[in-house]
Design a protein around this ligand. Structure first.
Ligand SMILES: Nc1ncnc2c1ncn2[C@@H]1O[C@H](COP(=O)(O)OP(=O)(O)O)[C@@H](O)[C@H]1O
Ligand SMILES: [Mg+2]
Length: 172
């Protein structure tokens, strides 16, 4: 029997905020390394979140961080550029580049180093950082569909493709 092709994209309709949260809850174990399928690739990874203001990028990240075990306040990093968290020995970096103006600012601040270690890196408005960023494991594009949202998840690395395979595989 031929094996199923490796998925590169997954389109979902997210009816309401609960659906956005449910999606984050399914992705969280893949990032935290709690999902059995991630034994080989380990925890950590990078997600870029794109979409207009109010599309649900921060809602998604907040739910994902909660599901990974982050307790306490989860602020939007729109002013600080970066909020970071730590659960056990895994670090989480939540960026929002909406007000980001200068790539040099980023390099000077040493943020690039944060990308190389094993960490969960979640970036809103990655397009504002120009070509400073390398492709993520997974790109999530959220767009308005009347009062609900559509999501397009696209895998950009082997790890991202592994995640998508798990999201598509029906749960028993
Ligand atoms: N699937 C969805 N359908 C409708 N509303 C949603 C959905 N997901 C999130 N929301 C709502 O949309 C808004 C998203 O805000 P936010 O997450 O701050 O957006 P962004 O970070 O993209 O600017 C919140 O008010 C949230 O309750
Ligand atoms: Mg936001």
């Amino acid at each position: 029997m031929p094996s199923a092709p490796t998925p590169h994209t997954l389109r979902l309709h997210l009816q309401d905020e609960d659906a956005t949260i449910a999606l984050a809850n399914r992705i969280a174990p893949l990032l935290c390394g709690r999902h059995p399928a991630t034994k080989a690739c380990g925890p950590g990874g990078r997600i870029h979140l794109r979409g207009e203001l109010g599309a649900g990028k921060t809602s998604f990240v907040r739910a994902l961080l909660r599901a990974c075990g982050v307790t306490g306040r989860i602020k939007s990093p729109s002013y600080a550029l970066l909020e970071s968290y730590n659960v056990s020995n895994l670090y989480f970096y939540h960026f929002d580049f909406y007000r980001f103006s200068d790539a040099k600012e980023w390099l000077d601040a040493g943020f690039r180093e944060l990308m190389t270690e094993t960490a969960v890196v979640l970036i809103e408005w990655p397009e504002k950082a120009g070509d400073v960023l390398s492709p993520p494991d997974l790109d999530i594009f959220l767009e308005y569909a009347d009062t609900s949202r559509n999501a397009c998840l696209s895998a950009q690395s082997d790890k991202g493709r592994l995640w998508l395979t798990q999201l598509i595989t029906p749960r028993l």
